[in-house]
Design a binder for this molecule. Structure first.
Ligand code: C2E
Ligand code: MG
Ligand code: MG
Length: 731
């Protein structure tokens, strides 16, 4: 019996491979030569042939066969048509020509020609069609078995194929998903880390530099929590768009997850340019967003690390950028920061401080000091602001500007805030007269719906009249959900306490807040007041406008941080109603306050310098000056971007050139422009740039590769260190 006749329908549908392996080829399709089926098939065979024909026509699979030379002797017509040919046209062409060579599609498989010449069988080999009638990419999984003639000679192949184009596409989509963040379309963490690995590995060989930036959104959580996740998602998309606009290269920007982003900047080591990019990013991301009809404002902090200076392996580089980011956030957010090796120590200190802070309250290390708030016209103290102090057993007093942010981050602010509130009310209840007490409320406390209950309880247990308590709030509370903010304002006002807007002039300073929120007072920040005394500043005019608006809305105004008499003068002229600052008094311990308060009315005569001292802290810094193969230790003062004074060398002629070594590969060439006996004014040939932390750094650093090379040849970096002035004279 013919072998074909043994095939039953189940075989055909279930396993086309089996079908062809048993040597079945029907009369459909094109076929060369005489087949066994030329003899009239019996009924059973006929049925099987029809089934096969149906199968081929259903396009679920196709069949092929070749002669010993690999030329097609059969191919299903339907598949030939997909290639823009007919089955007949293809007969005689080499089977391998139907497909693109393996290399061109990146398949890491044994190639088809290899398998065919080895006469091996193969299963489901993915092959890409060399041509397609519709021009689309088409893929097949092709199987084949060699067959042999009567004498056992190789006679060719028989096989089948199935269309796997759809599976390939969805697999590609899946791998795209595995590489890209589905929300923003940016590269995901996996993708960018692979990219960074390969970039750094390649660049290390070519001694090229590469910077990375880690970026974290400030206050994103607040938006997400209050406006909801869909709004948070919409916001992240806009952030991604703004980032792409600045960075340009889509492949180099990634969302690592949450509100964290990473950017790779190949061949960048100029800290001037990188600082500009970081500042651009921060400025762009800090512009208001419109999400789902609400307006919201967030900020961003950026940490920068540069290979090879700050790490060669990607793990090191990312860890150091992260440390820089952490420092940027700690430095007040909305900033960028370059990595430097001392950040490790700073991070360590902060962790230790956080640890100590957990026990500080329980151990009675917290204390309140009170700073008088004085009516500008009469010099009468009308109230005080409670300012928390931490007396650390080893480190001594620590400033709240340092530990309050740590407390906020470490979830300790609620307990600390409650303690401050209760203590301030308790103290104030003991004061004779009706002096007010102001208490600072962190935005985190403000966002807690328990706040009104705690305030009410503090008032009730101490018996303090509500209108003697003033809560100071910063405008960042307006960044959250406006409905909840309004509800909180209402609840607090309902208790009868007063509300003050603190630090006005440091943030977004929208006058709109003043109209919508029930403030009793605006506190103008010291930086804004100081700016007003600078010639040409418009701050004075702005303060006058704020005062006019405040008067119209029946609010008081307080100018903070007034130190000098000329500032006080200006403030009085601008009709600011109250003043708080060293010109009247520093914050004092409770005992001292009691003495004054108990003496009856408390009046202070302003006292202070006529003018504000310039704030320039004359910076001392030990650096090395390299000249003529000698390295001198010198002290640097009054560092500015363009120059400095150095001390430690005697009688250096004007025009002498030095290389100044600031450490960590930071070298600049400098020329002596002025020379006094042991002090020289030097000018840098290339200006220093901002380090993002109020300091300066060099644009470029000497690459570790160069240093390694130099140590072998001319060890300019390893010069002997002379530190005495006589060395210079000797040199
Ligand atoms: P703030 O609320 O703006 O407080 C005013 C700050 O300015 C105080 O710093 C005060 O000592 C300082 N200051 C006042 N007059 C002058 C002056 O003439 N010159 C200068 N240079 N400074 C002046 P302090 O006590 O270090 O507090 C810093 C910040 O820490 C406060 O700023 C406030 O935001 C926060 N803070 C203080 N106590 C608390 C608290 O109990 N809870 C919360 N959440 N934050 C607090
Ligand atoms: Mg305050
Ligand atoms: Mg303030």
């Amino acid at each position: 019996m013919d072998r074909a006749s043994r095939i039953d329908a189940g075989d055909v549908e279930g396993n086309a491979d089996d079908a062809e392996q048993r040597g079945f080829f029907g009369r459909f399709g094109a076929r060369i030569g005489k087949g066994r089926n030329d003899s009239a098939p019996n009924l059973h065979t006929r049925e099987a042939l029809l089934l096969l024909q149906n199968y081929e026509e259903s396009r679920q699979g196709w069949f092929w066969s070749t002669d010993a030379a690999g030329r097609l002797t059969y191919i299903t017509d339907a598949v030939a048509r997909l290639m823009g040919r007919s089955g007949g046209e293809l007969l005689g062409t080499p089977f391998v020509d139907l497909f693109l060579p393996a290399d061109s599609n990146g398949e890491r498989q044994r190639t088809l020609p290899f398998l065919l010449t080895r006469q091996s069988k193969f299963d489901d080999l993915p092959l890409r069609a060399a041509s397609a009638a519709d021009g689309e990419e088409r893929w097949w999984a092709v199987s084949g078995r060699p067959h042999f003639g009567g004498g056992g000679d190789f006679a060719g192949y028989r096989g089948s194929g199935t269309d796997i184009t759809a599976q390939r596409r969805s697999a590609e989509d899946a791998s795209r998903l595995a590489l890209y963040d589905s929300l923003t379309g940016l590269a995901n963490r996996f993708h960018i880390s692979k990219k960074l690995d390969s970039t750094l590995a390649a660049f290390a060989q070519q001694q090229r530099s590469c910077a990375i930036m880690l970026l974290d959104l400030d206050r994103f959580k607040q938006v997400n929590d209050t406006l909801g996740h869909p709004a948070g998602d919409a916001l992240l998309k806009q952030v991604a768009e703004r980032l792409l606009k600045i960075v340009g290269d889509k492949e180099m920007v990634s969302r690592l997850g949450g509100d964290e982003f990473q950017i790779i900047l190949p061949d960048q080591e100029d800290r001037g340019k990188l600082g500009d990019v970081a500042a651009d990013i921060i400025a762009s991301l800090s512009q208001p967003y419109s999400v789902e009809g609400s307006r919201c404002i967030i900020g961003a902090s950026v940490g920068v690390a540069i290979s090879p200076f700050d790490g060669v392996a990607s793990d090191d580089l990312v860890r150091n950028a992260d440390l820089a980011l952490y420092a940027a956030k700690g430095g007040g957010r909305g900033r960028f920061r370059f990595y430097s090796s001392d950040l490790h120590q700073a991070a360590e200190d902060r962790r230790a401080l956080e640890e100590d802070l957990r026990d500080a309250l329980g151990r009675g290390q917290m204390e309140l000091h009170y700073q008088p708030v004085v009516q500008a016209k009469s010099n009468m103290v009308t109230g005080v602001e409670a300012l928390v102090r931490w007396n650390h057993p080893e480190r001594g007093p620590i400033s709240p500007s340092l530990f309050v942010p740590i407390a906020e981050e470490a979830n300790l602010i609620w307990a600390l805030g409650e303690w401050v509130l209760r203590k301030a009310c308790e103290d104030a209840a003991r004061w004779p007269g009706d002096m007010r007490v102001a208490v600072n409320v962190s935005p985190i406390q403000f966002a807690n719906e328990d706040l009104p209950r705690v305030v009410a309880s503090a008032l009730a247990t101490t018996g303090l009249e509500p209108d003697r308590l003033e809560l100071e709030i910063t405008e960042s509370v307006f960044l959250g959900d406006s409905n909840e903010t309004a509800r909180m304002f209402k609840a607090l006002k309902g208790l009868g306490v007063r509300l003050a807007l603190d630090d006005f002039g440091t943030g977004y300073s929208s006058l709109g807040y003043l109209q919508s929120a029930p403030f009793d007072k605006i506190k103008i920040d010291q930086s804004f007041v100081r700016g007003a005394t600078v010639r040409g500043s418009r701050n004075g005019a702005i303060i006058a406008a704020i005062v006019a608006l405040a008067e119209a809305l029946e609010m008081e105004t307080t100018a903070e941080g007034i130190e000098s008499l000329d500032q006080l003068d200006l403030i009085r002229k601008l009709h600011v109603s109250h003043v708080q600052g060293f010109v009247y008094s520093k914050p004092v311990p409770h005992g001292e306050l009691l003495e004054h308060a108990e003496a009856g009315s408390w009046m202070i005569k302003p006292a202070g310098p006529a003018k504000q001292r310039t704030d320039r802290v004359s910076l001392f810094r030990k650096v090395a000056a390299i000249h003529d193969n000698h390295r001198y230790g010198v002290v640097m003062r009054n560092l500015s971007a363009s120059g400095a004074f150095i001390e430690g060398l005697l009688e250096v002629p004007v025009g002498t050139r030095f290389v100044i070594d600031f450490g960590e590969g930071q070298l600049v060439t400098a020329v002596v422009r002025r020379s006094m006996k042991h002090q020289q004014g030097i000018e840098f040939e290339q200006s220093l740039v901002s380090d993002g932390n109020g300091g300066l750094c060099t644009r470029h650093r000497v690459s570790p590769y160069l240093i390694a090379a130099a140590a072998q040849n001319t060890p300019a970096m390893a010069l002997p260190a002379f530190t005495t002035t006589s060395d210079w004279q000797a040199a």
